[in-house]
Ligand binder design. Structure first.
Ligand SMILES: O=P(O)(O)OC[C@@H](O)[C@@H](O)c1c[nH]c2ccccc12
Length: 294
């Protein structure tokens, strides 16, 4: 078996994932690599329980996806809000003790979120695909499956559970996989949100013709440092091409107050993805009103 190594220097535009033999003494260099290595085993187990062919038959029976991108374009708030259903994270630990995904999702919907994001990673974020299904049964808003996608299998799985959009993280995928996975997501009628953290990653993503929605993660997934300047600097560098191609930009992570929102809006973000600062409030609906000032 081989294991993935993520580009050791994300500032450099390699577009490759380096494979390395799974030696017994192999140690992940950082949390992102640890998550991706664990994901390999997780997906192997999922395939054992439900083979791809059966999964694809299930996909054919679920209701067609909602238009995630259109919902962001017609957002009730400015910037449009993707509110995240998130219990815990490797950087913050447990964010919400008495976590009720459906209650949180309903509060987000009532507060004016355009779309929701549901964490499905179990080991590192205490999420689940069951949460995605539960939220799907109760909520009409378009849903993003927040997962570390490394195989098409996971994309079909997300669709089977009712997702309308899927996150692709440029840092953990090769250029070829980014293109191929984007195609699969579109063929299923869903939206791909492609996440970048560096200019080199943004350029790799801009090289994909079909790209229409890019997330700029203000959090470095290797060491958890957060800086809203990431959104500002990346947009400043590639504003012309992004505007000329009508690509929608989501600023992700570390947004806590209206100054933060104004900062990324001024920088050119069309939408924001917010988890922690909403989920930890006792009244997430009210928290949205306060954050967006209405
Ligand atoms: O809780 P925050 O700081 O508002 O961040 C939300 C979201 O951006 C974050 O959960 C996230 C962004 N990209 C990811 C990739 C995987 C897991 C999680 C994430």
């Amino acid at each position: 078996m081989q294991i993935r190594r993520i580009n050791p220097n994300p500032q450099v535009n390699t577009g490759e994932v380096i494979y390395q033999a799974n030696l017994p003494d192999a140690k992940p260099r950082h949390i992102l690599e640890e998550i991706v290595w664990y994901k390999e085993t997780e997906v192997a187990k999922m395939r054992d329980r439900l083979p791809l062919l059966e999964l694809r038959q299930q996909v054919a029976t679920v209701a067609p996806p909602n238009n995630f991108l259109a919902a962001l374009k017609n957002g009730k708030t400015d910037p449009a809000l993707i509110a995240e259903v998130k219990k815990a994270s490797p950087s913050k630990g447990v964010i919400k003790e008495d976590f009720n995904p459906v209650a949180i999702a309903k509060a987000y919907q009532a507060g004016g979120a355009s779309c929701l994001s549901v964490l499905t990673d179990e080991k590192f974020f205490q999420g689940s695909f069951d949460n995605l299904s539960l939220v799907r049964q109760e909520i009409d808003l378009p849903l993003l499956c927040k997962e570390f996608i490394i195989y098409p299998y996971q994309i079909y799985f997300a669709r089977a559970k009712g997702a309308d959009a899927v996150l692709l993280i440029a840092a953990i995928l090769s250029n070829q996989d980014l293109k191929y996975f984007t195609k699969i997501i579109k063929a299923l009628g869903m939206t791909a949100l492609i996440e970048v953290h560096t200019l080199a990653e943004l350029d790799r993503v801009l090289a994909i013709e079909e790209v229409d929605l890019i997330g700029i993660n203000n959090r470095n997934l290797e060491n958890f440092t957060v800086s809203l300047q990431t959104t500002n600097e990346l947009l400043k560098s590639r504003k012309e091409v992004i505007n000329s191609r009508n690509i929608l930009i989501v600023s992700e992570s570390g947004l806590h107050n209206s100054e933060d929102l104004n900062f990324v809006k001024e920088a050119g973000a069309n939408a924001v993805l917010i988890g922690e600062s909403l989920v930890k409030q006792s009244d997430p609906e009210q928290a949205i009103y306060e954050l967006f000032g209405y």
